[in-house]
Ligand binder design. Structure first.
Ligand SMILES: N[C@@H](CCC(=O)N[C@@H](CS)C(=O)NCC(=O)O)C(=O)O
Length: 275
């Protein structure tokens, strides 16, 4: 407890609900991700505005690292919505990308933009049919897996948690059934678009859903286990992932379904699509 109640109250984030013992979101990356932030802190024409805990940012960051592009990472406090973010995205969400005097947002659109730059390693396959296949299953991730993840994490009743755990398992199962039989990635031995779309949530199954909801480890020897281990061991994923505590702290507000947490929380609670 603080000896100066007034002072510490001032420093509380709204999502702590006036309780200083509650954890809130981190505002600076840690571990490997922090080293990457430091390596990409110099001014650059290509800038990623991100928040260190955000899985949608994580997608774009993994893409930048995978491609080996030259870029600047700029940490923003997304709930304070600085002007430099609102200038690009009036909805005030991260990730946002600035390229020269042009800006854009929405993680999937940004991943496609980086692909269209045609620099560094590609993520979308060359074959048009495989590209369509990748886009279809990216849509499945965005439409079914991610909402199920948040519904499960925010559910407070045991019965709802059990239902949403089944929903999440089922939706992941559909993706795994479609994946290349040998893998380890979605369409084979190399990481591609669908893997990067899902990777941040694979990381958060282990670092968030496991501690808060008892999400099980992948079954030993399963195709899912092979995929999870490949993602966890991927260099671009590792270089953009912070230490466990950052995720544990940053997601406590979701796990308790606290008011004033985020637009994602409100959308899930009101049954709307994600922002
Ligand atoms: N559909 C967006 C979602 C981005 C998103 O929800 N970002 C969260 C952080 S993880 C955010 O900016 N939240 C700000 C807020 O809730 O006001 C995308 O794919 O980029």
């Amino acid at each position: 407890m603080s000896t100066n109640g007034t002072q510490s109250k001032k420093e509380l984030d709204p999502n702590q609900g006036g309780d200083e013992s509650k954890k809130t979101y981190h505002k600076q990356a840690t571990g490997e991700a922090w080293k990457t932030v430091q390596a990409h802190s110099s001014d650059n024409d290509l800038k990623l505005y991100g928040s260190c805990f955000c899985p949608f940012v994580h997608r774009v960051w993994i893409s930048l690292e995978h491609k080996g592009l030259d870029y600047q990472y700029v940490e923003v406090d997304v709930y304070k919505k600085p002007k430099l973010l609102l200038d690009i995205n009036p909805r005030g969400l991260v990730p946002a990308l600035r390229h020269g005097d042009w800006g854009m947002y929405e993680s999937t659109v940004l991943m496609e933009y980086l692909e269209d730059l045609d620099q560094g390693k590609t993520l979308l396959p060359k074959d048009p049919k495989l590209r369509a296949h990748s886009r279809l299953w990216s849509d499945h991730i965005n439409r079914h897996i991610i909402p199920a993840f948040y519904r499960y994490l925010q559910a407070q009743e045991a019965k709802d948690q059990a239902n949403f755990a089944s929903e999440l398992t089922e939706q992941i199962g559909k993706l795994v059934e479609t994946a290349d039989a040998d893998g380890p990635y979605f369409i084979g031995k190399d990481i591609t678009f669908v893997d990067v779309q899902l990777a941040p949530w694979i990381i958060r199954l282990e670092k968030v859903l496991k501690p808060y909801r008892g999400w099980p480890d992948p079954e030993p020897g399963s195709r899912w286990e092979k995929w999870v281990r490949a993602i966890e061991g991927n260099e671009a994923v590792m270089k953009t992932t912070s230490d466990d505590k950052l995720y544990l702290d940053s997601y406590e507000r979701y796990a308790e379904n606290r008011p004033n947490t985020s637009q994602v929380r409100e959308a899930i609670n009101s049954g709307r699509g994600l922002p």
